[in-house]
Design a protein around this ligand. Structure first.
Ligand SMILES: C[S@@+](CC[C@H](N)C(=O)[O-])C[C@H]1O[C@@H](n2cnc3c(N)ncnc32)[C@H](O)[C@@H]1O
Ligand code: SF4
Length: 388
């Protein structure tokens, strides 16, 4: 075997926890602050990167993902410094995918040019909708025209780009979503994420929903909107490769595939999670979530790791099932064997597996285990039955 193929691979996630304003539906680890000391944040993120690199040396780095929050609010010099430092710690693949999440309200041409010069080669834009009234409802700081301008900039500055949409909004019917999605598909650069609006605890929408001020489309309409999304984007050449993610074959987000395929990734920044294979054991890491406490801990100790533990075999298997069944391709037998140490049939009792296969929600064959389109549409219920 050549030394290149035997070098274990790694992905790197960097969390930037700040946004210009808090969207009423969002429960991500994102916060609004009057001012941010970019220099302190740069030094602290670099320190956590050094700490994780010491844990998992000698890797081939296949992707970096700057997520948030709104990483397009980062100083591009910080992005450049992190990419440069990561390339000193690990062997950065010449074709590594380097993605940054951007908010259409916080990008300008100059910033995109600097981010591209720093090494970012893919952006994921939080467009959310192409309709001004929907954008106001979602509490977004940008208009549809600004979203189109940001997409145009992304196309000019980066070889690859994606954008996010939120559907199944109150009052949205099938015809309106089909029109909006067809426009979006025509604007796409090979990758599109379409999320069904979810009411998350401790958000402004959760309060409005409980008071009856926000009414979601009934479940059956939500299901039809999901089916429209699958059919229209497949027709447009971007089939779903994951529940909410669509791509032209070959244009999938390679970084996110690492999560869904159970690969290794280091996670730095407030609240970031990581999964690292260390001395043959799968180790889970988690960083302190609150931004200021994270910063103070890193400045005092060089990192803000709050959890680092080896995952027991059963947890490792359950995690692989939860992540892998999100993918249209499912879980290959070999990957399952690696994680669980046995065959699928020997690991999951037949009374759990068989009804799901007979009901048309799962498929099991010589290649592996996968959820059918019907199974992916109600994956939480399928997993509840499968994992017991
Ligand atoms: C971290 S954000 C992306 C970048 C950036 N923060 C922005 O919003 O422009 C991740 C994406 O998750 C989706 N999302 C967040 N909360 C959601 C919810 N409650 N329901 C559906 N989609 C949601 C949005 O599409 C959002 O763009
Ligand atoms: S959706 Fe994006 S911009 Fe809005 S609060 Fe969440 S992370 Fe920030």
């Amino acid at each position: 075997m050549s030394p290149i193929t035997s070098e274990p691979t790694l992905a790197l996630y960097v969390h930037w926890p700040f946004c210009r304003s808090k969207c009423p539906y969002c429960d991500f680890n994102s916060h609004v602050r009057e001012s941010i000391d970019q220099g302190r944040w740069r030094r602290a993120l670099l320190a956590e990167l050094d700490h994780h690199a010491a844990l998992a040396p000698g890797r081939r780095l296949r992707s970096i993902f700057f997520g948030g929050g709104t990483p397009s609010l980062m100083d591009p010099a910080t992005v450049a410094a992190l990419i440069e430092r990561a390339g000193r710690h690990w062997r950065l693949d010449p074709d590594a995918e380097i993605t940054l999440e951007a908010n259409p309200a916080s990008v300008e041409a100059a910033k995109f040019a600097q981010l591209a010069a720093a090494g970012v080669n893919r952006v994921s834009l939080g467009v959310q909708s192409l309709d001004d009234a929907a954008l106001r409802f979602l509490g977004r700081g940008h208009s549809a025209a600004e979203a189109l301008a940001a997409l145009d900039l992304a196309r000019r500055h980066f070889p690859r780009f994606s954008f996010d949409l939120i559907y199944a909004r109150p009052g949205q019917d099938e015809a309106a979503w089909e029109r909006e999605l067809a426009r979006a598909a025509a604007l796409a650069g090979g990758h599109l994420s379409a999320y069904q609006l979810a009411i998350e605890e401790n958000t402004a929408f959760a309060g409005a929903w409980r008071r009856g001020e926000l009414v979601l489309p009934p479940e059956e309409r939500g299901a039809r909107l999901y089916e429209i999304t699958q059919a229209l984007l497949a027709e447009a050449g971007m089939p779903a490769y994951e529940i909410s993610n669509h791509a032209r074959p070959g244009d999938e987000c390679r970084h996110n595939l690492v999560y869904w395929q159970g690969g290794d990734y280091a996670g730095i920044g407030p609240g970031a999670h990581g999964r690292l294979t260390l001395a043959g054991r799968r180790v889970a890491t988690r960083q302190h979530r609150a931004p200021e406490a994270w910063l103070a801990a890193v400045e005092a100790e060089g990192h803000a790791t709050r959890e680092r533990r080896a995952l027991p075999a059963e947890e490792r298997r359950d995690e692989l099932l939860m992540m892998g069944l999100r993918l249209a391709a499912g879980i290959p037998r070999e990957r399952f064997r690696d994680a669980a140490g046995c065959e699928i049939e020997d690991s999951i009792p037949p009374p759990r597996l068989r009804p799901l296969i007979e009901g048309g929600f799962l498929e099991l064959d010589a290649c592996g285990l996968r959820a059918t389109p019907a199974g992916r549409q109600r994956l939480n219920a399928v997993l509840a039955r499968l994992l017991g």
